[in-house]
Design a protein around this ligand. Structure first.
Ligand SMILES: [Zn+2]
Length: 170
């Protein structure tokens, strides 16, 4: 049988959620107050068929990986380490957050997810999760995957999608 078309597998499960606190900063001098969302995640992996298994990627493995990635940031305060308006510092068991030099929050360190993003918008969270998935897939030897598409939903019917072609990195 010929397989001229392309394949994509997608996973969207009730347990692919993370309930997390965050706040974003806006252009100028405006910063949201702390609040939370029940984020949901949906992922699509495109690629070539595994020549022995005839699948793009094992669903069981993909679900397990995505659940682990969600668990990493579930029930955490999401903090954007690369935000130029925020000064985030670890002090013993605490994380202090200042906005434009003014002290704003102190959190227990174990309750924080310090993320390498410029803002905790759902766009940036989708990109972050894509990067995490990309590195796990590489470690697990998923050679056939060509594209990852990650959708993060912040509120019902309000989502952002990030799409990354793999193998385009230098
Ligand atoms: Zn929000």
């Amino acid at each position: 049988m010929q397989h001229r078309g392309e394949f994509r597998v997608s996973v969207a499960k009730d347990y692919l959620v993370f309930a997390s606190a965050h706040f974003i900063t806006f252009a100028g001098h405006r910063c949201e107050t702390l609040h939370g969302h029940n984020y949901r995640v949906r992922v699509v992996v495109e690629g070539a068929l595994d020549p022995e298994s005839w699948y793009v990627f094992d669903f069981v493995a993909l679900k397990r990986i995505m659940r682990t990635l969600c668990d990493e940031i579930d029930h955490k305060v999401l903090l954007a380490l690369e935000n130029p308006h925020l000064q985030i510092a670890e002090q013993g068991e605490a994380v202090t957050v200042a906005y434009d030099g003014k002290p704003r929050y102190v959190f227990p360190k174990r309750d924080c997810a310090l993320l390498p993003v410029p803002n905790t918008t759902v766009e940036m969270l989708a990109e972050y999760l894509t990067g995490r998935l990309q590195s796990v897939l590489a470690n697990e030897g998923a050679k056939g995957a060509t594209t990852i598409e990650m959708e993060g939903e912040e509120n019902f019917g309000q989502s952002a999608t990030y799409r990354l072609k793999l193998g385009s990195d230098p």
